[in-house]
Design a protein around this ligand. Structure first.
Ligand SMILES: Nc1nc2c(ncn2[C@@H]2O[C@H](COP(=O)(O)OP(=O)(O)OP(=O)(O)O)[C@@H](O)[C@H]2O)c(=O)[nH]1
Ligand SMILES: [Mg+2]
Length: 830
């Protein structure tokens, strides 16, 4: 079927070639030819083609007069060429009045298009025109020569077959000779580019000639010769006759692209570089073929299934599956692209392989992700198994080599690693693998390093806490200076310890600096925390300080209250000590810029303000008991209102832990808590005083001994009477002790005597009974040794109950208090 491939308006029609080709045209590969015809309008071009090649180009209808029939460029398959696939191009005639006298542009374009595309160009000429100066075909010949100079084709010459129509009786050889003469003169007449300046016509063209009889007058001969002409193209009888050219410049599958691009170039009035055009066609076509080949994979179920499989798990035998799918694309590519320029074809094949690798890379990536996961798991397992035994650095060296080997092995199992198309992918995935491993190792390293740092910090906390607590409890005047010093030396020590501990993790300089900074911060936090804790427990610290002074003597031993001790003065001294501790704790002084002198001044100022809380007069001398005996009792009067500043002078807000108001509250609580201890001290002192003054004077005892010398002698000579008197005396003393006469008499004379009278008989009997029980037990053979008599009930009671409030705050104070208070009471009892 004949189709218009270039319209009258110069538009290229893409579908025309497809319509002109038979279904099996792809089998032509590069073994086909294109024949085109040019010539003046209505010179019988279409008629000749139809008769020679069995085409169906439209011929002029004589009834309509002589006018243009063929417009643009038409294309058809030569139906009569059975041996050699042949395409025929019928071109619009030249010199037609339809385009006007001057418009030769389209004629040149079609001439160039035909020369670039066709293997043989037929040039139709009237026999009568040969040798004539004003022949109608001459402008066309000039055009052909001129445009041919625009085609760069070093490979082969353009084959021109001059068809001399309506041959006369002039011998053919003569006609050819004349025609050659005409051609030479036209060639000479055209302006040639420099490189063709000295070229002969035959350097660029292969000139061939044939003639045909008159179509109408010798019709049968015309038909026969037309047929013979076709045979020269289709199945030539010999090489000399042959016009066949089956080495097509572009394989049939690239013809569409080639024709389109040639026309575009021609239309754009550009020179035609045929070799470059060939490469361009090959490039376009090989890309198209590669696209189609790739689609074989992207659209196949196999890939979809593979993707599904790889998403959830590793793919078994991935490498063979990849190879199979790659071949699925490469085989059709190789088949179709084999006739295109080799360099282009091979380059595009590599491209295709890379694209296949990229397409399959998605599957491979998922698969390798599982592989990486496996290796990472084994790494973590390895870490847990070996890290406790070897250092981190050693572990890394050993493990990295092992992991790399594992990865290489798994890569070989998964991908065609020796295939260059996969090289980039392998490099990329290996990079990812290293990145993953590096990230895991780094996180493990950091985790382990943090554990080590935390262990150091915990050890530091224990050491620094103990040191800080010791200093805070001791509360020396230069406590803050010592705390700062301790903090600096701790920072030095622990920074060195932690640097040693983390060295096996090969930390960067920044990391080491960060660790040191954290350690310094942590130490400050600990010291600060402990000092704030101490301030929060200021009451307990004050009580400790108070007890140090009040409950201990100058040698640090528990104080035994004596009749001449000034409890009030000691109490004041102890209170001052307690307030000194409070003034130390009220404000933290851990700022590095602080100095010892500044501390002292600031603490002194707080201390002075707080001393105002202690009542200035001796508050312990207010009670009078038992007539003449003046005794000290702790003051229970309301504290005197003392004005404290609202804020501590020169203290930063965040350094103040206890405001003046809070200090006052603590002081009031402290005063109330220590009141009992003071009253106990006074009671102990009073008891000591009574013990000293309650017995008979010595002169009286001496007088008694002198006056009673006779009775003493008598008694010594009557031991039984002496024994009875001693026994009765002891019995009376025991009754006296048990009756607790002192307590009873505090009720008043009469009620006291009544109570004593009521108790005397049961007490006497009880003592006798106890004696009897003890005697019986001591005679019993199984009797066990009698345990030591417990401390008198009164004493024990005095040691636990009244002091309990104080005891909660300070165990030391309590126990010492108990001991010191118990002794005078026992003395009194005896
Ligand atoms: N004298 C002569 N006339 C011919 C010959 N072949 C064809 N014709 C006649 O020339 C006229 C034009 O024929 P076409 O084959 O249409 O000519 P063409 O060159 O294709 O014309 P365009 O397509 O218009 O350029 C017809 O009337 C044909 O019968 C021939 O060999 N000699
Ligand atoms: Mg025609």
């Amino acid at each position: 079927m004949a189709t218009q491939i270039v319209t009258f308006d110069g538009e290229y029609v893409d579908e025309s070639l497809r319509a002109a080709l038979p279904a099996n045209a792809s089998g032509w590969e590069s073994k086909y030819q294109i024949v085109a015809i040019m010539g003046p309008q209505s010179s019988g071009k279409s008629t000749l083609l139809n008769h020679a090649f069995g085409t169906a180009f439209r011929e002029m209808d004589d009834s309509l007069g002589r006018s243009q029939t063929t417009q643009g460029v038409w294309l058809s398959r030569a139906e009569t060429c059975e041996t050699t696939p042949t395409l025929v191009m019928d071109l619009e005639g030249t010199d037609g009045r339809e385009r006007g006298e001057e418009d030769t542009a389209f004629e040149k374009q079609t001439a160039l298009f035909a020369m670039a595309s066709a293997d043989v160009l037929l040039v139709n000429m009237w026999c009568n025109d040969i040798g004539r100066e004003q022949a109608s075909g001459k402008p066309l010949l000039r055009t052909i020569f001129e445009v041919n100079l625009k085609v760069f084709s070093p490979e082969k010459k353009t084959v021109l077959l001059f068809v001399i129509r309506d041959r006369s009786k002039t011998p053919f050889e003569r006609l050819v000779e004349n025609l050659r003469g005409d051609l030479e003169s036209i060639w000479r007449g055209i302006t040639k580019p420099e490189r063709y300046a000295n070229s002969a016509i035959t350097d660029l063209f292969e000139l061939k000639f044939t003639s045909l009889p008159h179509y109408e007058h010798e019709h049968e001969l015309f038909v026969a010769e037309a047929k013979a002409l076709r045979a020269r193209f289709d199945a030539p009888a010999n090489a000399a006759d042959s016009l066949r050219d089956t080495a097509a410049a572009v394989p049939i599958s690239g013809l569409g692209v080639s024709l389109r691009e040639v026309w575009n170039t021609v239309k754009a009035n550009k020179d035609l570089d045929l070799p470059a055009h060939k490469i361009m066609v090959a490039t376009v076509r090989c890309e198209e073929i590669a696209d189609a080949a790739l689609a074989q994979i992207t659209e196949c179920d196999e890939l979809a299934n593979l993707l599904k499989e790889a998403k959830s798990a590793k793919v078994s035998h991935l490498v063979s599956k990849i190879e199979k799918l790659t071949n699925k694309a490469l085989t059709p590519y190789d088949d179709e692209a084999k006739y295109f320029v080799k360099e282009v074809r091979e380059a595009k094949r590599l491209d295709l392989k890379a694209r296949v690798a990229k397409t399959l890379g998605e599957v491979a990536s998922m698969h390798l992700e599982h592989v990486r996961q496996d290796i990472v798991e084994s790494l973590v397992h390895e870490v847990n198994a070996t890290l406790d035994r070897v250092g981190f650095a050693t572990f890394l060296k050993e493990t990295f080599t092992k992991l790399d080997a594992q990865w290489e092995e798994r890569l070989d199992e998964s991908l065609p690693t020796d295939d260059l198309a996969w090289a980039d992918f392998v490099v990329e995935e290996t990079k990812n693998f290293h990145k993953t491993i590096d990230a895991i190792v780094d996180s493990l390293r950091k985790e382990r390093m943090n554990l080590t740092i935390h262990a150091c910090e915990r050890a530091m906390e224990r050491g620094v806490s103990a040191q800080a607590i010791g200093l805070l409890e001791e509360a020396p005047r230069d406590m803050w200076y010592k705390l700062r010093q301790m903090r600096s030396s701790a920072a030095e020590k622990w920074n060195s310890e932690v640097a040693d501990a983390v060295s096996e993790f090969e930390p960067s300089d920044e990391e080491v600096e960060r660790v040191h900074q954290n350690m310094r911060n942590r130490i400050t936090e600990v010291v600060d925390g402990k000092s704030r804790d101490a301030a929060t427990a200021a009451l307990a610290h004050m009580k400790q300080a108070f007890a140090r002074v009040f409950s201990k003597d100058s040698k640090g031993l528990p104080r035994i209250w004596r009749p001449l001790d000034d409890v009030a003065a000691i109490n004041r001294k102890a209170q001052r000590e307690a307030l000194r501790v409070l003034s130390l704790l009220a404000v933290t002084r851990l700022d590095d810029r602080a100095d010892k002198k500044g501390d002292d001044a600031a603490i002194k100022s707080i201390e002075t303000a707080l001393y105002g809380l202690i009542p200035s007069d001796a508050p312990l001398t207010s009670g009078v008991e038992d007539g003449d005996d003046a005794t000290e009792t702790p003051s229970t009067a309301e504290p005197v209102a003392v004005s404290l500043p609202t804020e501590w002078e020169d203290a930063a807000d965040d350094a103040v832990i206890l405001t003046p108001a809070e200090c006052r509250t603590i002081w009031l609580q402290f005063e109330s808590d220590t009141l009992y201890a003071v009253s106990q001290a006074m009671a102990a002192k009073e008891a000591a005083r009574r013990a000293l003054t309650g017995g008979a004077p010595i002169w009286m005892i001496v007088l008694l001994i002198i006056l009673g010398m006779n009775e003493i002698k008598w008694l010594l000579t009557h031991p039984l009477t002496l024994f009875i008197i001693v026994a009765l005396g002891l019995y009376a003393r025991a009754i006296f002790n048990q009756l607790d006469v002192t307590s009873a008499m505090q009720l008043g004379m009469v009620p006291g005597l009544t109570v004593l009278a009521a108790k005397i008989v049961p007490v006497g009997v009880g003592i006798l009974k106890k004696l009897a029980d003890e005697g019986a037990r001591s005679w019993s053979p199984e009797s066990t040794p009698i345990p030591a008599a417990p401390v008198g009930g009164t004493v024990a009671h005095a040691g636990t109950d009244p002091n309990s409030q104080f005891a909660h705050a300070s165990g030391d104070i309590t126990s010492q208090g108990v001991r010191q208070r118990a002794k005078p009471r026992e003395t009194v009892g005896r």
